[in-house]
Ligand binder design. Structure first.
Ligand code: ADP
Ligand code: MG
Length: 694
């Protein structure tokens, strides 16, 4: 590794002349701490500077000149805070006046005899042209001769474009070809017809022309995809190579007996996904599979069958859910399921959550170690170090969007190369899934169990609010339940939105005073939330007023109404998730979206929900309207954010980068690829450690 200037790249930006602690602190606000950070701090757009003009041929508009100064600057102070500086400059074709308002220091700052690059707006005056408030810097033959694009950076209070340009241009001077594994770089540039990484980084800040902006962006986006792909492809190849999977098989007859006792027949989609899983776990390789299915599509039973197979092969399974209630629900569901469906094989299901008594936890843990529990359901508590299994064969995470890659891998490290199943209801379009969960194979449950009544969805203005609450009351008095979701916890003076606390106060004193109401929001601690949710699940409260904390897959079949206040504040995918909380029983259900948005488009957007119940279709439409980053936030999924890449827009480039990553990973044993891969993997160090330790 020839990182001669590696130290320079990791140095503090204060090594740059002109950047002291005060300026540095401002840069830190922008997450720019080191030289390397500065290099990766990309402009948000560019300002085009025309080629150098001659004084004699100036026209009105923006002009760039190359001038020397002449005579004494004239300073006029009109009133407090208002000053004017006029200074004359010349080139070989004539003299011109420059004028600055309220920048008295300009008068002193420029030397005589030196050529300056002067850029500003030329305005015609009776006695010739005048350049107003020009930008001035020392003329540099190399740098100023050609027309150019200047970077415009995101700023923070106290920093100017000039400061940032200083830092980025100085930082780029420290960049050398050796910084980027130039042999690999050359391989990539040749094979994929891209510009070099170093040039891309230079041009993204200081492009030579419009085309170089484009080629620089392409290369950087390619690299962003490449990095992630190299890491995931490498990890994937290691898992497949180093870890032969436990062979789990089940005979048709045994499976048939189990399925026969189910209270329902699996849907075609469920059968297909189940089959994909059974093929995986029988194969001798380690399964890494993501099961994606809309809320209510029946993922739990698929997980249950997989765990059943694993159990009758003599291995243990663990399934992790993001909340206690969800874990409890899964536990109840599975206990019941195995009682009805499994007459011959005795399978014990255990529960482990943070709120259990220490003595109970201890019992469960010891039962796990001695294999008296074959299936463990739990919350994050199962990740604790002192939870160990005798022979873990399968790990499952439910509602995966609540967990990061790290937790998934932590869970896996509880066994020796266990199979892995990841379940998610977040309807992410296929293209994105591929990127976010690059190391997983994908199964989609794309149809609903029969007989599901679609949730009737209405979009109404707040003029209807009273009627909506009365509708809730009518149902509550009949013994049904309802959710009311608000965008805020408490009232805020400067935002005009309904808060959960306000609605709670209004309704407990007003329309719903005869009904028992629960209040739940993100400012409560986990135990408090669990208690409120539990009371609602048991029917002790009939209306639950809440912020979006109820989002995760809770099942209260008796809840038939979902009211959402200020619905325009939510993404469609999120609204769809919330709507999935109702319509889980056999009664007709309703989702009422209240919105006063004056924006016609916002209203139309909500209307999409009344037209379809298909989560994938909704996600795709929402994506078209809002862009992927905003909706899913890649970081939430445990992957680093992209700076320039947009997985949907740049999908073609992604496909090429994926191909390139595969080729590079294939050559992992050979230099220079080995070193290159290692440098990327360092960023994923923790995860890698766990995998190789397996
Ligand atoms: P999710 O995919 O959101 O986790 P669940 O697994 O909780 O969905 O299933 C929702 C409900 O549908 C459960 O009550 C489950 O028993 C039921 N269910 C699952 N599969 C079928 C099926 N094939 N036919 C009828 N009901 C089903
Ligand atoms: Mg579920």
């Amino acid at each position: 590794m020839a990182l001669s200037s590696e130290n320079k790249l990791s140095s503090d930006i204060q090594i740059i002349k002109g950047i002291g602690p005060k300026k540095a602190a401002l840069f830190n606000k922008l997450d720019v701490n080191t030289i390397e950070d500065a290099i990766y701090f990309f402009p948000r757009e560019y300002e085009y500077r025309s080629p150098i003009n001659k004084v004699a041929s100036i026209k009105e508009g923006m002009v760039a000149l190359c001038l020397k100064w002449k005579g004494i600057p004239q300073i006029t102070r009109k009133s407090k805070g208002l000053s004017i500086v006029i200074r004359k400059g010349y080139d070989e074709t004539g003299i011109i006046e420059c004028i600055w308002f309220n920048q008295p220091y300009k008068a002193k700052s420029y030397k005589y005899g030196t050529k300056y690059y002067v850029y500003g707006k030329a305005v015609k005056r009776p006695d010739g042209y005048q350049i107003q408030n020009p930008f001035v810097e020392e003329y540099n033959e190399l740098y100023h001769r050609q027309p150019k694009y200047l970077p415009i950076y995101p700023l923070t209070n106290g920093l100017t474009q000039r400061d940032v340009r200083l830092v980025t241009s100085e930082a780029l001077k420290l960049l050398e070809f050796e910084n980027f594994y130039y042999e690999v770089d050359r391989y990539i540039t040749k094979r994929y017809n891209l510009i070099s990484k170093v040039n891309a980084l230079r041009f993204i800040h200081y492009p030579e022309d419009a085309n170089s902006i484009r080629t620089a962006r392409t290369r950087i986006i390619f690299d962003e995809f490449l990095q992630i792909q190299v890491a995931t492809q490498f990890i994937k190849s290691r898992i497949q190579r180093n870890n032969t999977g436990h062979v789990i098989s089940i005979s048709r007859e045994t499976l048939g007996l189990f399925l026969k006792d189910l209270p329902f027949k699996l849907t075609g989609a469920q059968e297909r996904v189940l089959n994909e899983i059974l093929v995986d776990i029988k194969s001798g390789n380690v399964m890494n599979r993501l099961v994606q299915g809309d809320v209510g599509s029946g993922k739990t039973v698929i997980a249950a069958i997989a765990m059943y197979c694993v159990a009758i092969n003599g291995y243990q399974s663990v399934m992790m859910a993001p909340t206690e209630i969800l874990a409890q629900q899964h536990f109840d569901y599975l206990t019941k399921l195995f009682n009805t469906c499994n007459s011959t094989n005795k399978i014990n299901v255990g529960l482990l959550t943070g709120s259990m008594k220490e003595s109970e936890k201890r019992k469960v843990k010891s039962a796990l170690r001695s294999d008296r529990i074959q299936i463990l359901i739990g919350t994050h508590a199962v990740l604790e170090e002192n939870v160990s299994f005798r022979n873990l064969g399968l790990v499952i995470t439910d509602e995966q969007h609540r967990f990061g890659v790290r937790q998934r891998i932590q869970l896996r490290s509880k066994g020796k190369a266990p199979h892995m199943l990841v379940m998610s209801a977040t309807p992410i379009p296929r293209t994105l899934t591929h990127i976010i969960y690059g190391d997983l194979n994908l199964s989609i449950i794309d149809s609903m169990p029969p007989g599901r009544m679609p949730v009737k969805t209405y979009v109404v203005h707040s003029g209807y609010r009273k009627r909506v609450y009365n509708f809730v009351k009518k149902h509550a008095l009949q013994g049904n339940q309802a959710y009311i979701v608000c965008p805020l916890v408490e009232k805020s003076d400067n935002i005009d939105m309904r808060s959960a606390e306000l609605v709670f106060q209004e309704l407990t004193k007003g329309i719903l005073k005869e009904v028992s109401i629960g209040l739940m929001h993100g400012k409560m601690n986990a135990n408090e939330k669990e208690e409120v949710m539990q009371a609602f699940a048991e029917g002790k409260t009939q209306v639950l007023i809440s912020t979006t904390v109820i989002e995760v897959g809770i099942n209260v079949p008796n809840a038939v109404i979902m009211v959402i206040e200020n619905a325009e504040r939510f993404g469609l995918a999120q609204l769809h998730q919330l709507r999935g909380r109702v319509g889980r029983g056999d009664k007709p259900s309703y989702c009422i979206l209240i919105s006063d948005s004056k924006d016609d488009r916002a209203f139309k957007r909500l209307q999409i929900l009344s037209n379809t119940n298909d989560g994938f279709e909704i996600a795709q439409k929402d994506l078209g309207l809002r862009g992927p980053g905003e909706i899913y936030g890649l970081r939430q999924h445990g992957k680093p954010d992209f700076r320039l890449a947009d997985p949907l827009r740049d999908y073609n480039l992604y496909v090429i980068a994926e191909q390139a990553a595969k080729e590079i990973v294939k050559q992992a044993e050979i230099e220079p690829f080995k070193e290159f891969i290692c440098s990327i993997l360092e960023k994923y160090e923790d995860e890698l450690f766990t995998i190789t330790a397996n």
